[in-house]
Design a protein around this ligand. Structure first.
Ligand SMILES: CC(C)(COP(=O)(O)OP(=O)(O)OC[C@H]1O[C@@H](n2cnc3c(N)ncnc32)[C@H](O)[C@@H]1OP(=O)(O)O)[C@@H](O)C(=O)NCCC(=O)NCCS
Length: 172
């Protein structure tokens, strides 16, 4: 079926096209440099078989982030110190030829699992994402991401929601 790996130079970055040039360019030109420098990590979705193993079907990037608790809803903020840490889903993209087949969902679940690994080792209040437009915002909302009061296109998925979602996934 599919597998998810850390991006390496063996993967075919040149052919990847998700329809958004900044997201294509990030994968081709920036992702590996960022990984080498500890800025972010990029994970790629691949076919899990003998053929087309290096073809990238989709990817996501994660980085650590810090934010002011006051940028969250007052209900969330009142339980937290002034400065808190989280993980940012910096980028998420699926190849145009493979969109609408549930691969975005597979990548998001993988990003949540990575978040939980980080959370279990070092904390972090949840996953943050900057939606590039209102359509991307709607995409994230269906997974439980909630818009931040300070910026409608910035969304937050609290650790509790992620833990619940992963619990549901395990029961299936
Ligand atoms: C957005 C993107 C990652 C979604 O990936 P995908 O593999 O096509 O999405 P999935 O097939 O997993 O879709 C899961 C669900 O989201 C819905 N969906 C897909 N794109 C959507 C959108 N733009 N807005 C709202 N819902 C959307 C699907 O209908 C599906 O719902 P269903 O399970 O009820 O049928 C992909 O279309 C993409 O790479 N787009 C270009 C780059 C981009 O916009 N990235 C977002 C970064 S801010």
């Amino acid at each position: 079926m599919h597998k998810i790996e850390l991006l390496s130079k063996q993967h075919d970055r040149e052919q990847f096209d998700c329809g958004s040039e900044p997201l294509n360019l990030f994968l081709r030109q920036t992702a590996r440099q960022h990984a080498d420098r500890g800025i972010s990590r990029t994970f790629v979705l691949l076919h899990d078989g003998k053929d087309l193993q290096m073809q990238i079907l989709g990817y996501f990037s994660l980085n650590l982030c810090q934010l002011k608790a006051e940028s969250l809803t007052p209900k969330e903020a009142k339980k937290l110190p002034r400065n808190v840490a989280g993980v940012r889903l910096g980028r998420l993209a699926v190849s145009m030829n493979h969109q609408g087949k549930g691969l975005g969902r597979i990548l998001l679940v993988a990003a949540m699992e990575k978040f939980l690994e980080i959370h279990n080792a070092a904390g972090g209040i949840g996953l943050f994402v900057d939606a590039k437009d209102p359509s991307a915002k709607r995409y994230y909302e269906q997974f439980g991401f909630v818009p931040m009061p300070s910026n409608e296109l910035e969304l937050f998925l609290p650790v509790k929601t992620i833990q619940e979602a992963m619990g549901m996934t395990e029961k299936r």
